[in-house]
Design a protein around this ligand. Structure first.
Ligand code: ASP
Ligand code: MG
Length: 411
């Protein structure tokens, strides 16, 4: 008998019919003898609808009141799911975040979980009930309702699983697992049976938006085995774990991530003196712009070129700041480019294999794709290329690292 936390997202509880399907699914696990805690999101679109409603009163609603409001979305779904379970003969009880006592700090709309009182839920489970808990919400130590930030139900699920020492936290969603890359770009992308937390974080932060990043961090920190599964299709999904097993068949690269959300800025001909990087990036960070990749060239003529990438939304802001820095420093010029994309290969296998980066560069060279920037970490190599070659690059890398599904598998 296992203790499983199952989290169902907004589309999985998007209608009464779906909620009944979820109930049937939960019942199946229960009939197996497992103890089940279910975490649900609001019905799809509901959180947005509530926020819109608040905005009709005020463009910037008071955060405390906004939390009181948006937390109602999840309150509806926990009650509906508990009713649906009871209707099919499964004893169930619903709880809001505050009732369980998911204690958070007081940072309304982006609160962090501090503590969960697991006793309460254990007691209910012992009494034979399925416990249905509202995702995304908690309560601060003054009793104010708080919410955890958009997509926060994933974090509730993982945090509950950690607090209850659950055997597994299952995240049910509208995809059947984590893929080697986006199947819309590479038809031969494959579902991964397993991926490590570290890899998943790289994949998630690089744009594969299957899970809330915070939830993955949380799961890694507390070693909660996490499984991503399709809500309404049978299948093993993808297990996200701690262990890196060294098996012969294990590919060196687990996946290819990419994003089109960055822009590149170059300041040319800056004096090659101590403190230059700080002089450039200090004001950029003071302007609240986050920098991703950074490249500084070897100096020649006592000047150097300095290139970095930022989120595309911050491009104009960063360009503006950089132009004034350039004037102050007497730099030659500032160049910007938004038509770039970042492609990354991710895999813990890189730690024990040499030549991974060169294999990547070879694959790109074969397609005549120019690499503009490179950065590496222990388990990732990223390149910036011209945006129009993004799909070609991802496909070429997917093939080069032997990630393509065998013929007949995938679509
Ligand atoms: N309902 C919240 C949202 O839409 C939380 C969640 O779905 O995870 O952001
Ligand atoms: Mg959601």
């Amino acid at each position: 008998m296992a203790l499983i936390v199952q989290k169902f997202g907004g589309t999985s509880v998007g209608s009464v019919e779906r909620i009944e399907q979820v109930a049937a699914k939960v019942k199946k696990f229960r009939d197996n003898g497992d103890d089940i805690v279910v975490v649900v999101s609001a019905m799809s679109g509901e959180t947005n609808r509530l926020i819109e409603l608040a905005k009709q009163i005020s463009e910037q609603p008071v955060a405390r009141e906004l939390d009181v409001m948006v937390s109602t979305g999840e309150q509806v779904t926990i009650a509906l799911l508990a009713m649906a379970l009871i209707k099919i003969g499964v004893p169930a009880v619903s709880y809001t975040g505050g009732q369980v006592r998911i204690l958070t700090d007081s940072a309304h709309t982006k609160a962090r979980i501090l503590q969960i009182d697991a006793q309460h839920i254990h007691k209910e489970l012992k009494a034979g009930r399925v416990v249905v808990v509202a995702g995304f919400q908690g309560v601060d130590d003054c009793g104010n309702i708080t919410t955890l930030g958009r997509g926060g139900s994933d974090t509730t699920g993982v945090a509950l699983a950690a607090a209850l020492k659950a055997d597994e936290c299952q995240i049910y969603t509208d995809v059947d697992g984590v893929y080697t890359t986006d199947p819309r770009v590479v038809a031969k992308a494959q579902r991964l049976d397993k991926i490590t937390f570290e890899e998943m974080l790289e994949m998630a932060s690089l744009g594969s938006k299957v899970l809330q990043i915070r939830a993955v961090e949380f799961a890694g920190k507390y070693s909660v085995p996490l499984r991503v599964l399709h809500s309404f299709q049978e299948g093993p999904g993808t297990l996200i774990t701690l262990d890196e097993e060294e098996s012969m068949e294990q590919p060196i690269i687990s996946g290819i991530a990419f994003n089109r959300d960055e822009a590149k800025l170059t300041i040319r001909g800056v004096p090659d003196t101590p403190g230059v990087a700080f002089k450039i990036l200090g004001p950029i960070s003071a302007a609240n712009v986050e920098v991703d990749m950074i490249v500084q060239n070897v100096a020649h003529d006592n000047t150097t070129d300095f290139t970095f990438t930022v989120h595309r939304n911050d491009y104009h802001n960063a360009l503006h700041v950089l132009e004034s820095i350039a004037r102050d420093m007497g730099a030659r010029e500032v160049i910007g480019d938004v038509d770039i994309a970042k492609v990354s290969i991710v895999g813990v296998g890189m730690r024990s294999h040499a030549g991974v980066a060169s294999r990547m560069f070879e694959a790109l060279a074969k397609e005549n794709i120019n690499i503009q920037m490179i950065s590496t970490s222990e388990i990732k190599v990223s390149v910036v290329i011209e945006e129009k070659y993004l799909e070609l690059a991802v496909r070429a890398l997917h093939t080069a690292f032997e990630l393509d599904a065998p013929a007949g598998k995938g679509e």
